[in-house]
Design a protein around this ligand. Structure first.
Ligand code: F6P
Length: 323
């Protein structure tokens, strides 16, 4: 293999730049050229590819976002869109692509590989941590630490005013950021899409907390929770607990930015390098992921077919410690 491409797709995640750097440097060390694609699959359709030298990726390791840009491409969902992308890849004699993104991006990559014969390898990059075949996705650790810093700050003001805070974190269909930041932040309760929300139970929990002498309550709500988000949860809880002094904070996209943590940088280095190795080995339609400290390859389609269950053990732990 002489020439490969790398792109980032879907929601950006801290550590994507570190992964791009790892792909470029790892390929360069093996005499393989890397072309960067601007704005994900959308840029591939438009032929926005350019050579990335080892020097071109200097000074990006510690930066959030993605130097290549990202996009959610509707055109790439069509066979015509993918045919245009294939033409551009063939013009540049690209033999393999590293796709850094989530399961939606991997679906597109799989279709492209089947139709074009060009090998694809996925690197799980999303703050949501909702991809099977890896312990953690790239960006998750940074996003949780960002949420945690906010929770720690909110605790200060919550305690000063004896208030309940409802804190909404990201995760349209996944509660991992919510669960981890709630455990690490000592929250009173966590609401996640993976478990039905019962407002009466939450109301009891808040009431009990104040009766037990707590001075404040922190309730972490994943944006995809079935109760309709932190504002709605707060409104309903406020009806249940009389004179509940409360405030709502939505953290939003602040969780997607910022410098990657050490963990995300190491993960990016390992997975970027492993993706190049997989392509060199002649592998295709696989995702590289870290499981129990080993880097393994799993079929790309596992990412959208299998959804790992949120461990009851962690949800129970959260409940046990919130008293
Ligand atoms: O990257 C994943 C994610 O952050 C989800 O948690 C969130 O719901 C979504 O992206 C937001 O996407 P957008 O940037 O398109 O608003």
């Amino acid at each position: 293999m002489q020439r490969i491409a790398v792109l980032t797709s879907g929601g950006d995640a801290p550590g994507m730049n570190a992964a791009i750097r790892a792909v470029v440097r790892s390929a360069d060390a093996r005499g393989v050229q890397v072309y960067g694609v601007q704005r994900g699959f959308e840029g591939l359709i438009e032929g926005r590819l350019s050579y990335l030298s080892a020097r071109r990726v200097s000074g990006i390791l510690h930066l959030g976002g993605t130097m290549l840009g990202s996009a959610r491409s509707d055109r790439f969902l069509t066979i015509e869109g993918r045919a245009q992308a294939t033409e551009h890849l063939q013009e540049q004699e690209i033999e393999g692509i590293v796709v850094i993104g989530g399961d939606g991006s991997f679906r597109g990559a799989q279709a492209l590989s089947k139709e074009s014969g060009i090998a694809v390898v996925g690197v799980p990059g999303t703050i949501d941590n909702d991809i099977s075949g890896c312990d953690y996705t790239l960006g998750f650790d940074t996003a949780v630490n960002t949420a945690l810093e906010a929770i720690d700050r909110l605790r200060d003001t919550a305690a000063s005013h004896q208030r309940a805070f409802f804190i909404e974190v990201m995760g349209r269909s996944s509660g991992w950021i919510a669960l981890y930041s709630a455990i690490a932040g000592g929250a009173t309760d966590v609401l996640v899409p993976e478990r039905p929300t019962d407002i009466d139970v939450l109301v009891d929990r808040i009431r009990q907390a104040f009766e037990l002498g707590k001075q404040y309550c922190l309730i972490v709500v994943a944006e995809g929770d079935d109760a309709g988000g932190a504002y709605e949860v707060a409104r309903r809880a406020g009806e249940g607990v009389r004179e509940l002094d409360h405030r709502v904070t939505t953290l939003g996209h602040v969780q997607r930015g910022g410098p990657p943590t050490m963990r995300d940088r190491i993960l990016a280095a390992r997975l970027g390098d492993a993706a190049v190795t997989a392509l060199m080995d002649g592998d295709d339609r696989v995702m590289v992921g870290e499981v129990h400290r080993d880097v393994i390859r799993t079929p790309l389609e596992r990412s959208w077919i299998v959804t790992d269950k949120m461990p009851d053990e962690l949800l129970d732990l959260m409940d046990r410690l919130a008293r």
